[in-house]
Ligand binder design. Structure first.
Ligand code: NAD
Ligand code: TYD
Length: 354
């Protein structure tokens, strides 16, 4: 039975990925290592508690003793590394924790994996998937071609720079030690369980509460939006079928300006909840994010051509599904907004999970 260590599995993409594994790889053992920072929410996978194929471990990817003891206790032969500090605005305010988690945490994991897999007789069937972002490539101008896996790195924010540093460490392990890593660089995700500091859930929260919706600058920055389950399927495909040592871009080909995206969101929400009135009145232009990247766009020919992956959910479908989920899970949203979800952590896990 394969045993996969998923890091950051209580976060947005990680929890969707663990759920996908639970449904589609029922014979896999999943160990979820998560520090449950403000972005981690143990409630996201509360229904899996008690399942013998799912083990939750409350711990830090940058803690050498915690990580090596996991490799000693479990026969881990696959790692999918999602754990990270992920919000660009927070990285501008407090870069240190991004360096610690994203750079030192990734080093700790790959070194612990390398050591454990060597001790156990070599790499064999082992695989390490390092989950990264399109932000490492930096900003594109309006007419630039989308970035390929060979485009140079040019990170702008401390977040992007910490992810780029981690990517290069992983690449160095591939080159120097033949470490069986794969890297994915993905565009902006959206969907259920996203923490409401990121644009889409933030807009929904503010609109539901009749509060201002902050648009940075003129709202003309462009992002490519991928529904989260499409990212999770791509990650699983790369883990199982990708060539070790390779990098794969993952994107939707759904580029939109922020203002256009917000108008679409408010249009759908307004249809579903007409009593909220004219939601566009809430749009408020605020000073731009320092160093704000203008545009990200990815060339995803490689993953489509070599692994046959392509997104299944269009932006129009994905936005409707996302809005419907947040409307049906306003209790989740309220517990996150009020900090109530932290109390669940105390009750469920404190002192019992190490
Ligand atoms: P998230 O912020 O929702 O979740 C991060 C998770 O990591 C949380 O559960 C948190 O508790 C955990 N974590 C943080 N520090 C930790 C530490 N030191 N040790 C253990 N766990 C820790 O993030 P997300 O949006 O789900 O992103 C997951 C990964 O995907 C990240 O590596 C991110 O760079 C990458 N990514 C995200 C996007 C996106 O649009 N969200 C796009 C491309 C790539
Ligand atoms: P975000 O969801 O933070 O993702 P990223 O910065 O990683 O792309 O932001 C998406 C886009 O939305 C980005 O161009 C910044 C912009 N934005 C706003 O205009 N207002 C906001 O309140 C937030 C959080 C983001």
């Amino acid at each position: 039975m394969p045993t996969v260590l998923v890091t950051g599995g209580a976060g947005f993409i990680g929890s969707n990925f663990v759920r996908l594994l639970h449904q589609e790889r029922p014979h896999w053992q999943v160990v979820n290592l998560d520090l449950l920072t403000y972005a981690g929410n143990a409630e996201n996978l509360a229904d899996l508690a008690g399942d013998p194929r799912y083990i939750f471990v409350h711990g830090d990817v940058a803690d050498w003793d915690a990580v090596t003891s996991l490799f000693a206790r479990h026969a881990i032969d696959r790692v999918v590394h999602f754990a990270a500090e992920t919000h660009v605005d927070r990285s501008i305010l407090d870069p240190g924790v991004f360096v610690r988690t994203n750079v030192v945490g990734t080093y700790t994991l790959i070194e612990a994996a390398r050591e454990a897999w060597h001790r156990d007789g070599g790499y064999g069937e082992t695989r390490f998937l390092h989950v990264s972002t399109d932000e490492v490539y930096g900003s594109l101008a309006a007419g630039d071609p989308p970035t390929t896996e060979h485009s140079p790195y040019a990170p702008s924010s401390p977040y992007a720079a910490s992810k780029a540093a981690a990517d290069w460490l992983v690449r160095s392990y591939v080159r120097t030690y033949g470490f069986p890593a794969l890297i994915t660089n993905c565009s902006n995700n959206y969907g259920p369980y996203q923490f409401p500091e990121k644009l889409i859930p933030l807009v929904l929260c503010q609109a539901l509460e009749g509060k201002p919706i902050p648009i940075y600058g003129r709202g003309d920055n462009v992002r490519d939006w991928l529904f989260v389950t499409d990212h999770c399927r791509a990650a699983l495909t790369v883990l199982e079928e990708g060539t070790a040592g390779e990098t794969y871009n993952i994107g939707a080909g759904e580029e939109r300006t922020n203002l256009d995206l917000v108008h679409r969101l408010l249009g759908i929400l307004g249809e579903l909840r007409p009593e909220l009135g004219d939601l566009t009145r809430l749009i408020t232009f605020v000073p731009d994010r320092p160093g704000h990247d203008f545009r990200y766009a990815l060339n995803t020919e490689k993953i489509t051509r070599t692994l046959g992956w392509r997104p299944r959910v269009s932006l129009a479908q994905g936005l409707r599904r996302t809005i419907a989920w947040y409307l049906e899970h306003q209790d989740w949203l309220n517990r996150v907004r009020t900090g109530e979800y932290r109390r669940f952590l105390e009750q469920q896990y404190h002192g019992r999970t190490k």
